[in-house]
Design a protein around this ligand. Sequence first.
Ligand code: PLP
Length: 462
Amino acid sequence: MFAGGAHMNSSGFRAVPVGDAHVFNAALRKTYPVVSHGEGIYLYDTDGNRYIDACGGAMVVNIGHGVREIADAMAAQIGRVAFAHRGQFTNEPLARLAALVAEMAPGDLDVFFPVSGGSEAVETAIKLAHKYHRDRGRPEKRRVVARWQSYHGNTLGALSATGFSVRRAQYASMLLDFPHIAPVYCYRCPFGRRYPECEVACATDLERVIRQEGAHTISAFIAEPLVAAAGGAPVPPPEYFGIIRDICTRHDVLMIADEVVTGFGRTGRTFGIQHWDVVPDLMVVAKGMSGGYAPLAGVIASRQVVETIREASGLFSHGFTYGGNPVAATAGVAVLEYLRTHRLVERAAEMGTYLHERLRTLAAHPSVGDVRGLGLLAGIELVRDQATRVPFDPALGYGLAVVEEAMTRGLIVYPGSGTVDGVAGDHILLAPPFVITRDEIDLVVRLLDETLAATEAKHLRA
Ligand code: PLP
């Protein structure tokens, strides 16, 4: 569908044709606009169309698109050295990144293991938790407890922890036997109760599962502070993570916070878990760490976990070729310094308050069931009936229809399905760059208002 064809460029080489005939996109029947460039909260395609990136792609872009000084820092590093293998060298940008991360992370979380993406980071945390127990003479502790309606990545270990039924389904027979507990989901409490009379049963349920499965087999518990793609940003009650922390400690189970989406300011605090004033043993980070400027992720481990391994075997046998490469590390340093210099975490909190205030006006739409989230991470759960909270028939793909309708208006929002029980339920996510202004938030909400009205006209009243 794209314009252009093979032609010679000025240096006499055959230029690559503009088109994606040779690109293996996951959605093989879909065509995409060709991105040209980005600036601030906007992306532009090669046809000259402008889009508001109201979800930072996939909750990635925090400092905004096209920040010159990040590109300059990366280019300068490439000019010095682009790659040196982690088995042979360490490098200064990596040391600076790890020091910055240690300064930003809570408690004694101050040792950073670098990788390139969120799934790699989750795999690393799964193995690291096991390695910690193994080095303490408890090698049978290898299973990770996770939650339903969660997303931790697409590699097989991370997918085993993931509680996103649709993504698991086709690979179920290949997955590890990781137990799952109920999600935090007050809008549709899995226990049919209401807060606070529920006594946060969704947290105390972890104890039941650990006992039933046998604490001697469980290495860790993993959870996103706010579930993004698989849940539409439901906010856990104030006691939730304190209860979880206590259960983990009592059963010698490491607590892993998956901060891939919530890390580095997205929810208005540096890390999402800080809203609950709890320090996990391991934190998984990615996306916002480099704001999309380079593939960069990692595990921030507590000093105690790392020292235990150092003193026992002295070796964590794990890693990836690109982990800790100096160019990605340079992007991370530049982005985190930019975040601090421009006080963007504080800005995410302030703009987040305004965004949520404005989004609540959308509740007038019959398809809007719930508006939730923290900071600049907002979820809107879509329902067929506001009063009864009945979801749409999954076959309708209502969430996707909203996303496509928004795209025709130049607004990019992130779809999610299976919100209710892994199969039924739709939501959309908003996660704009932190540099968004009040006027731009007004524009996003106006376009969303039009989008919801148009989608309802097509599907709800049909
Ligand atoms: N964990 C969470 C909470 C995520 O949202 C994602 C991706 O969206 C991942 C892990 C996996 O990250 P990646 O897609 O970089 O492998």
